[in-house]
Design a binder for this molecule. Structure first.
Ligand code: RIB
Ligand code: CA
Length: 310
């Protein structure tokens, strides 16, 4: 059954792969892209989202600009990982379609309101500022959204600090709002996405696709490999964000379990940490699930198949 999604993202090299994965998957309908400041400023990530759609020939997908900064904290970007443009290492075509006039939170509310109850899945692959603003703007979306799936957090791992993952760290107050609402939230965290490594074999397979989108993936990974090696010591870059799409396309690829998730917003050393309570059994009313395993081979098979379809 097709999953109709709104993808809230901060492209970003791995967000770009998630966008292509969603566009090329027959099981996904990308209803809209909303952008949020994160990997780079809101201007840059919004331009990048439009450029990726232009490269894929899919500018019919509407783009809505989102929050310029976190709810309370200052803007923090990640040029060490994604470069000054947010997509260093690749050339993007000039988009021909403008971003839509509505802002992201407003667009999320309007699309959810206009859609059948339970038909829209919100996918967040950046800081969760827009999703938090949307649920504060219209609390009724909680009962109408099918599921919220986010790339963020970690059960045992951090990356931006020892305790926190970047998306949550940038706006922990927004993340707390999203996790604390009574909708179904699935957290695809670093414990799983650190296994989604773009090895040279994966990149070679992408090069053999021999299309502009296949080349785009190869170029993305060339830069992402160097930045992740220099910043985190990875031999191969972890491609975090498309793991959310894989979970929607084939839940067997991303194993999850029910577990309460709380977000630390006050810790001097632990702000942005996702505190996952794995004590069994999970409470009967637990509305959150966390990803625990990834079938890496099947994951890359799905990603590259989707890119080849574009
Ligand atoms: O920590 C990894 C996450 O932060 C990914 O979504 C990456 O794109 C950045 O947004
Ligand atoms: Ca991202």
């Amino acid at each position: 059954m097709t999953r109709r999604i709104i993808l809230d993202c901060d492209p970003g090299h791995d967000d770009a792969v998630a966008i292509m994965f969603a566009l090329g998957s027959p099981d996904i309908e990308l209803a809209a892209i909303t952008t949020v400041g994160g990997n780079q400023t809101i201007d840059k990530v919004t331009r990048n989202a439009r450029g990726i759609l232009a490269l894929c020939g899919r500018e019919e997908v509407p783009v809505y600009r989102g929050a310029e900064r976190p709810l309370l904290r200052q803007v923090e970007t990640a040029p060490s990982i994604h470069g000054e443009t947010g997509l260093d290492g690749v050339e993007l075509p000039i988009p021909t379609v403008a971003e839509r006039p509505q802002r992201a939170a407003q667009a999320i509310v309007e699309i959810v309101r206009e859609s059948e109850p339970g038909s829209i899945t919100l996918v967040g692959t950046g800081p969760l500022t827009n999703l938090a603003l949307a649920v504060r703007l219209e609390p009724a979306i909680v009962s109408r959204v099918r599921e919220v799936v986010i790339m963020g957090g970690g059960i045992y791992e951090g990356n931006w600090t020892a305790a926190a993952e970047f998306n949550i760290w940038v706006d922990p107050e927004a993340a707390r709002i999203v996790f604390d609402e009574p909708w179904r939230v699935t957290m695809v965290g670093l414990d799983v996405t650190h296994r989604a490594l773009a090895t040279s074999d994966v990149v070679d397979q992408a090069a053999r696709i021999n299309t502009p989108t296949g080349k785009f993936f190869v170029d993305l990974m060339r830069f992402f490999r160097v930045s992740n090696r220099e910043a985190f010591g990875f031999a191969d870059p972890p491609v975090h964000d498309p793991c959310t799409i894989a979970y929607l396309v084939d839940p067997a690829v991303v194993v999850t379990k029910a577990a309460p998730v709380a977000v630390e917003t006050r810790g001097e050393l632990t702000a942005g940490a996702t505190v996952v309570d794995l004590r069994a059994p999970a409470p009967a009313n637990c509305n959150t699930r966390v990803a625990t395993q990834l079938d890496r081979e099947r994951f890359w098979e799905l990603v590259l198949d989707a890119i080849a379809r574009l």
